[in-house]
Design a binder for this molecule. Structure first.
Ligand SMILES: [Zn+2]
Length: 122
């Protein structure tokens, strides 16, 4: 598994086997993560407030997505501002938890190095 699919599938950054988030998805606890990796024991929240930095990744995602949606609606489809923003709000509501989760996944993948030896052990 490469780093992109590991981020995309919310896998442990060190072994790329264990799950980051508690599945199945639950709207009451959408960001509930396992304390540590079930495969290699990597801690997923090394210190309190660890995922504060993920907020900046989510900000970048959200800003570019909003710009792309508004630009597409207004410049390509020729919609007015109100209709474009209505679609933007709907798109943001739908993608909210996805962006929060993928940002956390990207953030921990930046901080924790992949260990091939751990990945090869069963
Ligand atoms: Zn692991």
């Amino acid at each position: 598994m490469n780093i992109i699919s590991s981020i995309w599938k919310y896998k442990c950054p060190r072994c790329r086997k264990g799950d980051l988030f508690v599945e199945p998805f639950d709207f009451k606890t959408p960001l509930k993560m396992h304390e540590k990796c079930s495969h290699c024991g990597q801690k997923f929240e090394p210190e309190p407030g660890y995922y504060f930095g993920a907020m900046f990744i989510s900000y970048i995602w959200t800003a570019w997505l909003a710009l792309a949606i508004i630009g597409f609606c207004m410049l390509i489809l020729g919609w007015n501002l109100e209709a474009s923003f209505a679609l933007l709000i709907a798109a943001m509501a739908v993608s909210y938890f996805f962006i929060m989760r993928i940002s956390r996944s990207i953030y921990i993948h930046i901080a924790v190095k992949f260990n091939k030896k751990l990945a090869d052990t069963v």
